[in-house]
Design a protein around this ligand. Structure first.
Ligand code: GTP
Length: 183
């Protein structure tokens, strides 16, 4: 009785998984979005971790369950299992580590193999704050443009450290998921 009177906590629950090489900043992106904070010396994720954040958008109450996976190869079999049921995936690479950008293709083929067929994918090019510090990125705007044209995926330049574009990337993904999952 009590339960039926209680207002529904949310209209949609979406599972979003952060994927990408080790040290690209996945945990920091999650902490920035969940707590609006940055932890410089976050220890490497072991296996998986998750957080919730609730928000309202387009007149709907949405609860996001966001999974942070370990980028290290040795955890790959554990992490694979976690994006099976995900509605959204945020693939993260480090603008200053070309290898993490080159590996996006193998992450995408893993998602194709193990993920839902209609999973929504967005890409974060992280550590954008370092450009303002005078550092030269290893991944050029041309590399990014070619990737976007080839894969039809949107790359969001962002920084977990400054917070630049982290919130907007999650909100853009959430908006797409709401549209896709209208009752
Ligand atoms: P795994 O757990 O091993 O998969 O790594 P991860 O991808 O979760 O990386 P993590 O969030 O632990 O960050 C790795 C390092 O990058 C840390 O030293 C962070 O302080 C640093 N870092 C993360 N995001 C940013 C950013 O936006 N800017 C800068 N300058 N450093 C960042």
């Amino acid at each position: 009785m009590e339960n039926s009177r209680r207002k529904k906590e949310y209209d949609n629950l979406f599972k979003i998984v952060l994927l990408g090489d080790s040290c690209v900043g996945k945990s920091c992106v999650l902490v920035r979005f969940a707590d609006d904070d940055f932890i410089q010396n976050y220890s490497a994720t072991i296996g998986v971790d998750f957080r919730f954040r609730s928000l309202s958008m387009s007149g709907r109450k949405v609860k996001l369950q966001i999974w942070d996976t370990a980028g290290q190869e040795r955890y790959r079999t554990i992490t694979n299992a976690y994006y099976k049921g995900a509605e959204g995936i945020i693939l993260v690479f480090d603008l200053f580590k070309k290898q993490s950008f080159d590996n996006l293709d193998s992450w995408l083929s893993e998602v194709e193999k193990n993920g839902k067929t209609d999973v929504e994918i967005v890409v974060i090019a992280n550590k954008n704050d370092l450009i303002a510090e005078g550092e030269i990125p290893e991944v050029s705007p041309r590399d990014i443009q070619e990737f976007e044209e080839r894969t039809k995926l949107k790359v969001h330049l962002a920084s977990a450290k400054s917070g630049d574009n982290v919130e907007s990337t999650f909100l853009s993904l959430t908006g797409t998921l709401i549209e896709k999952h209208q009752p």
